[in-house]
Design a protein around this ligand. Structure first.
Ligand code: UD1
Ligand code: MG
Length: 413
């Protein structure tokens, strides 16, 4: 089997996004868009990715500092996608395998498409293979031009299309696989003779064909997967599709989402079987929810929330960086932050942890079987022992925590 590596282009300035941040760091369902492209490669078996960065490159590298399978390549001036690939030459010129080239602004890419691309490329003994999509509205994308036998002749950028070419609905989503040596040999000869004056990667296709080598173009990309992000409007469009994917997968794993259109779940969230997510629930960050929970309506779960099974959270409860034990109930208007809550605790309406003293965030611990009455304020740092009773309206702090009542042994389940 031929070894496959990947180049991911992420150096663009992205004027259409109107942003000071690197485009690939903008988040789609809680993760930077580049993270999805990297994951699709990893799941397709790619062990090393060359990511080309330029604009705000330090920010991008910092965000992915933990990944040890990325080689960062710097493109000083953004002279076009062909030039961006050429920046990898020093690293890849002696590589004998095949190279995927993808864009960092296409997070809807699916692993199965990459796997198919690799399979067809190898089976067809092709020098380059690209996966294409057929769109109702192809405006903005490079068009796939084929001859009368259906063989690909080349890719023409939207801005360089003739009137007839603008009618072509088969487009280039920028999913390519190349024989590595042929890629770099051909790139050396491309010229920036187009409307934008850029070195186009797309010109490599006609360049390879000109040397009588085989290029395959397979229609393997669903229209939604071809969407890339060049503007804020496309960012929201892609996020919506990603959200649908996340929810569909959760539902397949046995989670009930009562009203998918009015629920938002982070890509990193994990939710157990038979949990019910009621409408207007917003789950953001690394959140783990166990089995048989009932969340919402109008619940807000933030980063670091871990809920064990049978937890019930009702309207306007906000949980942050907290672990809630089995069968905890907080049905209305509560804020629980930086807290460890034991098993079988009832948290009454309007009770909150006051975890921030204006300078520092402090921790709260609530033991098993506690009863926290309505409207209680728990001032952190604070440790509440098992079986404690906090009466409604109490302000509990380190000073008075020893005066709390206790449940009778017969009441403790
Ligand atoms: C590109 C393709 C087009 C295709 C479309 C699919 C070319 C010439 N055109 O157009 O055929 O339909 O993607 O989404 O390739 N980048 C760099 N360095 C540069 C320029 C761009 O790293 O000098 C990166 C960008 O950050 C981006 C990617 O390359 O991630 C694509 O660039 P972009 O400007 O978005 O190209 P499109 O106009 O979308
Ligand atoms: Mg683009």
């Amino acid at each position: 089997m031929t070894e496959t590596t990947a180049i991911i282009l992420a150096a663009g300035i992205s004027s259409r996004m109107n942003t000071k941040m690197a485009k690939v760091l903008h988040e789609v369902c809680g993760r930077p868009m580049l993270a999805y492209v990297l994951d699709a490669c990893r799941q397709a078996g790619i062990k090393k990715m060359y990511v080309v960065v330029g604009f705000s490159s330090e920010q991008v590298k910092e965000k992915f500092a933990d990944a040890d399978d990325i080689v960062w390549i710097r493109q000083e001036k953004q002279l076009g996608t062909g030039h961006a690939v050429l920046c990898c030459k020093d690293h890849l010129k002696d590589f004998q395998g095949q190279t995927l080239v993808l864009c960092g602004d296409g997070p809807l890419i699916r692993t199965q498409t990459l796997t198919k691309l690799i399979k067809e490329h190898e089976a067809g003994h092709s020098s380059a293979t690209l996966a294409t999509a057929v769109l109702e509205e192809p405006a903005g994308y490079g068009r796939i031009v084929r001859d009368k036998y259906g063989n690909i002749k080349g890719i023409v950028e939207d801005s360089d299309c003739t009137k007839e070419e603008l009618e072509i609905r088969e487009i280039n989503p920028s999913y390519y696989l190349f024989n590595n040596k042929i890629l770099f040999d051909t790139l050396a000869n491309i010229q920036p003779d187009n409307v934008k004056g850029e070195y186009y990667l797309t010109d490599v296709i006609s360049g390879i064909l000109a040397t009588d080598r085989k290029v395959l173009a397979i229609k393997a990309v669903m229209p939604e997967e071809a969407l890339s992000i060049n503007s804020r409007a496309q960012l929201s469009e892609v996020s919506k599709i990603m959200q649908q994917r996340i929810q569909r997968e959760l539902m397949e794993h046995g989670v009930t989402i009562v009203d998918p259109d009015n629920t938002w779940i982070d890509a990193r969230a994990k939710i157990g079987q038979d949990t019910i997510i009621e409408p207007f629930t917003y789950i953001h960050g690394q959140v783990v929810i166990g089995q048989n929970c009932r969340i919402g309506p109008f619940a807000y779960l933030r980063d670091g929330t871990v809920l064990n099974s049978n937890v019930i959270l009702g309207v306007f409860t906000e949980i942050k960086n907290s672990v809630l034990g089995e069968s905890v109930r907080a049905r209305h208007h509560s804020y629980i932050g930086d807290t460890n809550v034991g098993r079988n605790v009832n948290i009454g309406a309007g009770s909150i942890t006051a975890n921030y003293d204006g300078q520092k965030v402090h921790k709260t611990s609530i033991g098993n079987n506690c009863h926290i009455g309505s409207g209680a304020i728990l001032i952190a740092p604070l440790v509440i022992q098992d079986n404690s009773i906090v009466s409604a309206g109490t302000v509990v702090s380190q000073e008075n925590v020893n005066q709390l009542g206790r449940k009778a042994d017969s009441d403790v389940s």
